[in-house]
Design a protein around this ligand. Structure first.
Ligand SMILES: NC(=O)c1ccc[n+]([C@@H]2O[C@H](COP(=O)([O-])OP(=O)(O)OC[C@H]3O[C@@H](n4cnc5c(N)ncnc54)[C@H](OP(=O)(O)O)[C@@H]3O)[C@@H](O)[C@H]2O)c1
Length: 340
C-alpha cells in the first residue's frame, strides 16, 4: 500500500528550500534513493516574499514555478506560527536564516511550536540546536518525535547520524574546520593577497555573504561549535559561551611567518570536557603542514572526534555545494518518513 505523503510546513524558501524542492520535483530522476519520500507542503513561508497556505497540499514543482515567475508568493493569510499551531501537518522544515542578535529566533519558536504539537522538526538553520538544544531535544523525546539538523554543520555530511550510531562510545572532545569563507580567505592570505582582496574574491566566487562579518568574526564557526558541543558533549551552551576569535586580526605577515616555520594558520573549532564541564573555542591556530587540518583547503571541511573506545575518527567533506546541504535536509526527512 502506498504511504500517505509527508505533510510539511516549509519556513524559508531561499537557496536551500528551492534546491530541496527542485531535487524532489524537476531533478527527481537523478536521485533514485529519494523514491520513498513524498513531501507535500501545506504551507510555505518566507520572510519578506510572502507565503502560500493550501491545506489540500502544494506541489513542490508548482511552488518553484510560481516563485520563479513572480519572484515572490502573495501575502500569506496567516503567520508561520499560526500555521504551526493550527494546520494539519507531519513535519516542520525550518530553512530560515540564523539571527545571532536574536539568539536563534524566530526559528526556535517555530521548532518549539511544532514539537509541542507532537510534530517532527527538521532544520538546516543553526539557531535551534546552537541556542536551545537541550530544551528542544528534551521536548522531542517527551513527545516521541524527531528534532533533526544534519545540515546545520558540514552541510549534508552525516555527522549527527554518525554520533547516533556510536553506541556505548563516549565522545571526549572534538576539533574541526567548519567555515568555508575563513578557510578560503586564509589560503588567499597565504598566496600573498590582502584581507580585503581575499574577502572580495570569496564574495565573487559565492563563498562569502555580502556582509561577511558573521564568518570573519567567527560567529558562524561559534554557532557550529556550540551545536557540536551540545550534541556530542551535552554541554548545554550557546554561541555566546564559545570562546571566540575570528580571523580579522590575522595579517599576511602572520601567515607568512607561520609558513616559514612549516605551519599554516587555520580557524580551528574545539570542544572538550574539563573539570566536570565543557569548554569550547574558535580561534586561528597554527597547524603543522603534515597535520590533516593543513590539507583542508578550498571548500573542504573536517571534523575530528576523540572518543573513549575508538578513534580519533575523522569525517571530511571535500567540496560541498547546495546539493549537499539540501541532501542533509532530505536525509533527515527520510528518517522522519521511515519512523512513521
Ligand atoms: N546555503 C548553504 O549552503 C547552507 C549550508 C548549511 C546551512 N545553511 C542554512 O540553511 C538555512 C537556509 O539557507 P539559505 O542559503 O537557503 O538562505 P537564504 O537563501 O538566505 O534563504 C533564507 C529563506 O528564509 C526566509 N526567512 C528569513 N527569515 C525568515 C523568517 N523570520 N520567517 C520566515 N522565513 C524567513 C527568507 O525569506 P526572505 O528572502 O523573504 O527574507 C528566505 O526564503 C540558513 O539557516 C543557513 O544558515 C545553508
Amino acid at each position: 500500500m502506498k504511504k500517505k505523503p509527508l505533510r510539511a510546513i516549509l519556513i524559508g524558501f531561499g537557496n536551500v528550500g528551492q534546491k530541496m524542492a527542485a531535487m524532489l520535483s524537476e531533478e527527481r530522476e537523478k536521485y533514485p534513493g529519494l523514491e520513498g519520500l513524498d513531501l507535500e507542503p501545506v504551507a510555505i513561508f518566507t520572510g519578506r516574499h510572502g507565503g502560500w497556505v493550501e491545506p489540500d497540499g502544494i506541489g513542490l514543482g508548482e511552488a518553484l514555478k510560481r516563485f520563479r515567475e513572480n519572484g515572490s508568493f502573495p501575502a500569506a493569510p496567516m503567520t508561520a506560527l499560526q500555521a504551526l499551531e493550527s494546520l494539519d501537518y507531519d513535519v516542520l522544515v525550518e530553512l530560515s536564516t540564523l539571527d545571532i542578535g536574536r539568539r536563534g529566533e524566530p526559528a526556535i519558536s517555530h521548532v518549539r511550536a511544532a514539537l509541542q504539537r507532537g510534530r517532527h522538526a527538521v532544520t538546516a538553520n543553526k539557531g535551534p540546536a546552537a541556542f536551545a538544544y537541550r530544551e528542544l531535544a528534551g521536548l522531542a523525546a517527551v513527545q516521541g518525535v524527531r528534532f533533526l539538523f544534519e545540515s546545520a554543520v558540514m552541510d549534508g555530511t552525516p555527522i549527527f547520524c554518525l554520533g547516533r550510531a556510536l553506541k556505548g562510545v563516549r565522545v571526549t572532545g572534538f576539533s574541526g574546520i567548519f567555515n568555508t569563507t575563513t578557510n578560503f580567505v586564509l589560503s588567499r592570505l597565504e598566496a600573498g593577497e590582502s584581507m580585503e582582496t581575499a574577502v572580495q574574491t570569496a564574495q565573487q566566487l559565492g563563498f562569502a555573504e555580502a556582509d561577511p562579518g558573521l564568518d570573519l568574526d567567527g560567529w558562524d564557526a561559534a554557532a557550529k561549535t556550540a551545536i557540536l558541543a551540545n550534541f556530542f558533549l551535552d554541554a548545554g551552551i550557546d554561541p555566546l559561551r564559545v570562546e571566540r576569535r575570528g580571523i580579522t586580526g590575522v595579517t599576511p605577515r602572520d601567515v607568512a611567518r607561520a609558513r616559514a616555520a612549516g605551519k599554516r594558520i587555520k580557524l580551528i573549532c574545539r570542544g572538550w570536557r574539563e573539570g566536570g564541564g565543557v569548554r569550547a573555542e574558535v580561534r586561528p591556530t597554527e597547524v603543522s603542514l603534515d597535520h590533516y587540518f593543513a590539507a583542508v583547503n578550498g571548500r573542504a571541511a573536517a571534523l575530528r572526534l576523540e572518543c573513549d573506545m575508538l578513534g580519533p575518527l575523522w569525517v571530511m567533506e571535500e567540496s560541498p555545494d547546495l546539493t549537499d546541504t539540501a541532501s542533509g535536509v532530505l536525509q533527515d526527512l527520510l528518517v522522519v518518513a521511515e519512523s512513521r
